[in-house]
Design a protein around this ligand. Sequence first.
Ligand code: FAD
Length: 485
Amino acid sequence: MTRSGQEYTESLRDGREIWLDGERVKDVTTHPAFRNTAASIAGLYDLAHSSEHSATLTQGGVHRAFAIPRSYQDLVARREAYKVWAEASYGFLGRTPDYMAGGAAGFAAAPHLFTTDSFDGAANALAYHRRLAEGDLYPTFTITNPQIDRTKSASEQEEDDLVVRVVAERDGGIVVRGAKMIGTAAVFGNEVIVGTIEPLAPQDVEHALTFSVPIDTPGLKFISRTSYEGQARSVFDNPLSSRFDENDALLICEDVFVPWENVLTYRDVDASFGMWWKTPAYRNFVHQAATRFWTKLEFLTGIAILLTKANNTYQLPPVTQAIGRLMGKVAQAKAFVLAAEASYEEIDGGKGGVAPGKDISFAQRIMAGELYPQAVQEIKMLAGGGVIQLPASGADLLHPEIGPLVAKYIRSPGHPAEDRIKLLKLAWDALGSEFAGRHEQYERFYHGAPHIYLMQQVWEGDTASCEELARHCLDSYTLGQAVRP
Ligand SMILES: Cc1cc2nc3c(=O)[nH]c(=O)nc-3n(C[C@H](O)[C@H](O)[C@H](O)COP(=O)(O)OP(=O)(O)OC[C@H]3O[C@@H](n4cnc5c(N)ncnc54)[C@H](O)[C@@H]3O)c2cc1C
């Protein structure tokens, strides 16, 4: 059954090892760097119990993201559930529990891919999916090797244990050591799956493993990046970063014991890579992410409209045209979601249900990574200097001496100072703050680096049809027809 926000919050108080600013965090639910975001995530869990959203978010008492879609209609229902949670954070919480839930459903749709010569992880993959769905757990993941030296494979790095690898087998499981990046939302999760989505070299066999463990597993450490929530002055001053800072952390395994039942792939280069691509897991990721991206663009475009109306520039033709361009981007983002659903494909001859169409899902990454910075730039150009010329905090507005001055000079027709400052601070948090910069990097890289996904689009795309059409045209005339008829 789906958990309440309170049950989720309690689950985070488990002694997990989170480090921030050289200190171990005792409790993420009360620490000023994490507590508001933990509360926002708890709010998502509560939505599943609300009369307004329960039917959209759940099916048979389980969150819809865990369900294996069997039809186009199921895909639409899953997207409608994704949209409810995406709107709750205006698209700024990317790795909400439904993201990896879709991944787990993807594994369960094709469990046979976990059966290999070196290890049979099929039952474990199914149990992983079941454990998450039945417990309504928050799954997170770190499946990228730390950068260190990108010209070398995992086993070629200057020390053996830089990238997570198996160092011993014991009764009942394995011992792993090393690091992975980037654990987005891991500090708010219940489990983290550790694996590799990049191709591994044949010699990387000790690094070719995938497992999922509870966040409080002994030896598992997370080193958090700067907390934007911790830096926020108030919700009024930093309305997004103070509440929707999903965190990113480096994962380190210091001789972590992993029971066999938590291992999904083991000592198999192809299975460790293929589990993300040959099952529908990755396409399910994109389905969630594309829905959230569409929502985020709707929100940013809404900010642009409110900003330009406040500045009284909205009616100026170049400004209206810029809004038109943004609306066009919203439609593109939406079109990718709807088209990926409409081009659905059967998995394993239908035994594994259906998944969003591969070509369009994969292409969404290219579109989104390029479109997001363009949209942000467009809105910054519309905003001008007002988003910078703001009092440091709402305290100035409340001050008896300078408050009236702020109210007099920071306003617009129909927008008294408090309204205007509130709007502009929201805009800057979304567009120009350090939190906003992280979001730009996120939208560019969270689905992998362009040098990989652009190549993949060529390797796996239908280049033959494009080539054939061009070839057809070339073949339709000859030198003899060079003279005008
Ligand atoms: C905010 C954020 C959140 C993330 N969250 C998660 C998460 O929750 N879980 C997770 O597993 N991962 C996460 N990621 C990691 C993400 O998967 C990686 O950032 C992504 O796979 C790209 O890898 P990289 O950052 O190591 O970049 P690199 O692979 O190092 O590439 C960086 C740049 O280097 C150049 N380059 C590197 N290698 C080559 C090459 N061989 N050929 C040509 N050019 C090259 C390119 O210019 C490329 O753009 C997150 C990333 C970000 C930014």
